[in-house]
Write a protein that binds this ligand. Structure first.
Ligand code: SF4
Length: 439
């Protein structure tokens, strides 16, 4: 029985109990949210040691870190280091997007399986994949030769191995392809571009769409959550909120319904590159079209010219997304659009997105979200540096930076009632405290 089937049957599972405890809500509230499809708990029983984590507007906004090697860079060792960095930086979900080529189908299958198993063994965070990546990797990048049955085999193998959620680009249809021709950037989703090329070469419908019932049977058997991929997400501001994007969204709404009827948990992926002013409308539209299914957004990236700093660009968009409707934020690193991120960039991306997720929770008034901010303010006013570091989303960086400045100035603990930003005489907090003490 999947979490959704259990919830619909009125059962509260141990996973729902665990989520309720983490989120400070009642188990019945979690069950209701899962039963209605407004929340999911991606959790494949074959993933040993996975931590039940809720995604939905009832809960804190979560972040996902994309990991995985490219055909030209990195391997299992590097990716496991990045996994540890991402988990330490607070990523609640991780995805293995590894691909490979030029080694023969069986060798690629073995390598990708090994990387995935390494991540499953080391990650208490639910693990996601994009099965079309492995499928095409095994075919050495030859998209047209893909037999849909082969794709289903890969989905089944990954589900059996313990993958908790899968991105499937099933909503991009043949009829949508002409809508992308006038776009500045065409199709920028890797999975979307693969499905589009296959449809064009075969002059047939998207095989994930035509085989959707078989896909759902596999996912239901292993309680794998579907993350409906946005194959037509805009890749630049000029393409945002266009006909192609919304045509796919309407199919995603139909697929959400079919997932729920089959008892498969489902969330929906969203844009992409979107001007800040369009984010609220995009979030509200998804909520309406997909009947409140949790929205999992990539960014959004709010300007196309932040190369080298796209974690900041995307965190700005993600804050608005979290405020207006998203439940899971896929991080963006400073390496976005430029290369495969290294461990430092993974850390920077995670922290930027934890800030965005938290800022969104505060802005939407999630109960309890502001407690940490208030505790930080008290600690700042009291020059309680240890508590300040404890409350910071990145304690290590905060403490290291403070200690560095302090050491440079040769300070002692007696001088800790100010910092080098304003200096003792100009420290506004110190002056404010003196004024208060004198009243
Ligand atoms: S010196 Fe300036 S920045 Fe530092 S604690 Fe005082 S008011 Fe804050």
């Amino acid at each position: 029985m999947t979490q959704l089937q259990a919830a619909k049957a009125g059962l509260i599972t141990p996973a729902m109990e665990a989520v309720a405890k983490d989120e400070n809500v009642t188990p019945e509230a979690v069950r209701e949210a899962v039963a209605s499809g407004r929340a999911v708990i991606p959790l494949n029983p074959a993933h040993r040691g996975v931590r039940p984590t809720g995604v939905g507007r009832l809960f804190k906004t979560k972040i996902n870190a994309n990991l995985g090697r490219s055909p030209t860079r990195s391997g299992i060792g590097d990716e496991l280091v990045k996994l540890e960095v991402a988990l330490n930086a607070g990523a609640e979900f991780v995805m293995d997007l590894s691909v490979g080529s030029n080694k023969g189908a069986e060798e690629i299958r073995r390598e990708l399986r090994e990387i995935r198993q390494g991540m499953l063994d080391k990650s208490p965070a639910p693990l996601g994949t994009v099965p079309i990546y492995e499928t095409i990797s095994r075919l050495d990048g030859d998209i047209p030769v893909m037999d849909p049955k082969y794709l289903l085999d890969v989905i089944r193998e990954q589900a059996e191995q313990g993958v908790d959620f899968m991105t499937l680009h099933a909503g991009l249809l043949r009829a949508h392809l002409p809508l992308t021709m006038k776009r500045k950037m065409g199709i920028v989703s890797r999975g979307g571009a693969i499905m589009a090329e296959w449809m064009k070469q075969h002059n047939e419908e998207n095989p994930l769409y035509t085989h959707w019932d078989e896909v759902l049977d596999i996912l239901a058997e292993h309680d794998v959550t579907v993350s409906l991929g946005d194959g037509l997400r805009p890749g630049c501001l000029a393409d945002a909120s266009d006909e192609a994007q919304f045509a796919e969204l309407s199919v995603l709404g139909e697929l959400v319904k079919r997932c729920r009827e089959r008892g498969v948990q489902v969330m929906v992926e969203g844009p992409g590159h979107i001007p800040f002013s369009q984010i609220q409308d995009n979030m509200e539209r998804e909520t309406e079209v997909c009947d409140g299914a949790p929205f999992y957004v990539l960014g959004p990236i709010v300007t196309d010219i932040g190369a080298g700093h796209d974690h900041i660009v995307a965190a700005i968009g993600a804050t608005a997304a979290a405020t207006y409707g998203a439940s899971l934020l896929c991080y963006v690193t400073p390496a976005e659009h430029l290369g495969l991120p290294d461990a430092t960039e993974v850390h920077q991306g995670c922290i930027a997105f934890r800030i965005a997720a938290h800022a969104g929770d505060v802005a939407r008034g999630l109960p309890g979200a502001r407690e940490a901010d208030d505790a930080m303010s008290d600690a700042r006013f009291n020059f309680d540096w240890d508590t300040q570091f404890k409350m910071a989303l990145d304690p290590c960086t905060a403490r290291t930076r403070w200690q560095q400045t302090r050491a440079e100035r040769g300070k002692t603990t007696h001088d800790d009632d100010h910092c080098s930003m304003c200096g003792k005489a100009f420290c506004a907090v110190r002056t404010s405290r003196r004024m208060r003490e004198g009243l």
